[in-house]
Design a protein around this ligand. Structure first.
Ligand SMILES: [Cu+2]
Length: 412
C-alpha cells in the first residue's frame, strides 16, 4: 500500500462545524423523542397516585435546583468573562476569604436541608404498607411471576385461591395493591414508570411497593437492573380493570380444570403437553390418567427453579417476559388504544381465535432460545449442572407443535 493512501488530511476525522451541528440535532431529537405524547413508559405522564406524588416532588425540586443552576452558571460565566486573560498582571495571591467560604458552605447546606424535608417525607409516604391486596412478585431470568395471595381483598374483590400468572399484573383500577417483590436468581428491578418508582428484586429479600392505576388500561414497564443475556426482553405490564371486570378476571382464573374425555383428540393433545412440558410448567388442576395431580418440578431443569404457570395462558396478551404478542397487530392496536370504558371488556376476551397470532407461539415452541437469547453457549450447560436459563429448544416435531398449540389455545 502506498504511504499516501493511509495518510489522512488534518481536517478529516475531526468534527467539522456541520457534522457537529448534525450531532447536536440528533441528540436534541433523541431527547425530544423521549417526550412524545404516546410514550408508554413516561414518568412525566403519571397515571396513578404514587407516580403523581413522585412527579409533583421532582418538579418542585427541579424548579429549586433550576434556579440554583441558573445562578451558578451566571456567576461562573461572569467570572470567566470578567477575569479573562488580557495580558494583565497576575493579581495578588491571598489564602481565601473565610466569610465567603463559610457562607458558601452554609447556603447549600440549608438548601439541601430544605429539599430533604419533602423528599424524606415522601419516602415514608410511599412506603405505607397497610393494604388488603397482596401480590407476590418474583423476578427471574427473564420474566416476572405474580402470585395473588389467597385471602387478599383487591378493590373489594376477594381472592379465593392463589392465582399464579406471569408478565401481566392484573389489578383493579382506583385502589392500592401491595407488591412483595423478590428474585429467584440475580437482582432484577420492577418498574412501571407511569404507576410508581422502581423497586429492586433481590434474592433472599422482600421489598414492598404500593401501586395504583387511576383508570383501566395497560401500563408497560421493563426490568431496570441488568440481569444477563435477555435483560432487554424482560418486560412487564400492569393491566388495570374496573373492579367488576377484575372480579370477572379472578373468577375465570380460579375456574376448575376441565379434563378432556379419555380417547378424544383433546385428551391426546393433553398427553403431549404432559409428556413434553409438565416437568417445567404447571397447569393447575391437571391430572394424569389415574387422577393424580401432574406437578411440575422446574427446580431440576431451570436455574431459577421456575417456569411460567400456563393454567390460563390465553388470558395473557404477550409471552416470555411480556415481549412477544399473542395478539395480532390489529387486535393489539384495538386493545392498547381502547378508551378506559371499552378496555375491560376487550381485555377479558383474552386471545380469541380471530386475534391469535399463532406464528409467534409456533416459533416459540420450535426454538425459544432463537427468539430470546438464553445462554452464551447452549451446548455447555456444565456450569449450571445441566439446568437451563429460560426455555430450551426441545426439538419438537411440527405435529407435536400443532397438538400443543391446540391444547394451549383452550387455556383461557
Ligand atoms: Cu431482570
Amino acid at each position: 500500500m502506498e504511504q499516501s493512501e493511509i495518510m489522512v488530511s488534518p481536517r478529516e476525522g475531526r468534527f467539522t462545524g456541520r457534522r457537529r451541528l448534525a450531532g447536536i440535532a440528533a441528540g436534541v431529537g433523541l431527547v425530544l423523542a423521549g417526550c412524545a405524547k404516546n410514550a408508554p413508559q413516561d414518568t412525566f405522564q403519571p397515571a396513578g397516585e404514587n407516580a403523581r406524588k413522585i412527579d409533583g416532588l421532582q418538579r418542585e425540586l427541579f424548579y429549586i435546583s433550576g434556579v440554583v443552576g441558573v445562578l451558578v452558571f451566571a456567576a461562573v460565566g461572569y467570572a470567566i468573562w470578567k477575569f479573562r486573560d488580557r495580558g494583565q498582571e497576575i493579581p495578588e495571591q491571598s489564602h481565601g476569604n473565610p466569610k465567603l467560604e463559610i457562607m458558601l458552605t452554609i447556603m447549600p447546606a440549608i438548601i439541601l436541608a430544605v429539599v430533604a424535608v419533602p423528599s424524606i417525607a415522601m419516602v415514608f409516604e410511599l412506603d405505607k404498607k397497610d393494604n388488603d391486596c397482596i401480590i407476590n412478585v418474583t423476578g427471574q431470568q427473564w420474566w416476572w411471576e405474580y402470585d395473588y395471595v389467597k385471602g387478599s381483598t383487591c378493590g373489594g374483590v376477594e381472592i379465593p385461591d392463589s392465582i399464579v400468572t406471569s408478565g401481566e399484573l392484573v389489578i383493579p383500577a382506583g385502589t392500592d395493591v401491595l407488591l412483595r417483590i423478590t428474585s429467584r436468581d440475580v437482582i432484577h428491578s420492577y418498574w412501571i414508570p407511569r404507576l410508581n418508582g422502581k423497586r429492586d428484586a433481590v434474592p433472599g429479600r422482600l421489598h414492598t411497593l404500593r401501586m395504583q392505576a387511576d383508570e383501566p388500561g395497560i401500563y408497560v414497564g421493563q426490568c431496570t437492573e441488568f440481569c444477563g443475556l435477555s435483560h432487554a426482553r424482560m418486560r412487564q405490564a400492569a393491566v388495570a380493570l374496573e373492579p367488576a371486570d377484575f372480579q370477572a378476571w379472578v373468577t375465570n382464573q380460579v375456574q376448575p380444570y376441565v379434563k378432556p374425555d379419555p380417547g378424544t383428540t383433546a385428551a391426546a393433545y393433553e398427553a403431549t403437553f404432559v409428556g413434553q412440558c409438565s416437568r417445567c410448567h404447571q397447569v393447575d388442576g391437571l391430572t394424569d390418567a389415574d387422577g393424580a395431580p401432574v406437578l411440575a418440578d422446574p427446580d431440576l431443569y431451570i436455574v431459577a427453579g421456575a417456569a411460567p404457570n400456563l393454567t390460563n395462558l390465553m388470558t395473557r396478551t404477550a409471552i416470555a417476559g411480556f415481549t412477544f404478542d399473542l395478539l395480532n397487530d390489529e387486535c393489539r392496536d384495538r386493545l392498547w388504544n381502547a378508551s378506559p370504558d371499552e378496555f375491560g371488556a376487550l381485555y377479558l376476551q383474552g386471545v380469541t381465535p380471530e386475534c391469535f397470532d399463532e406464528a409467534v407461539l409456533r416459533e416459540w415452541l420450535r426454538n425459544a432460545p432463537a427468539m430470546k437469547p438464553m445462554y452464551a453457549d447452549p451446548n455447555n450447560l456444565a456450569p449450571t449442572g445441566g439446568r437451563t436459563r429460560g426455555m430450551p429448544n426441545l426439538n419438537l416435531t411440527e405435529d407435536q407443535i400443532d397438538e400443543l398449540i391446540a391444547y394451549l389455545i383452550e387455556r383461557k
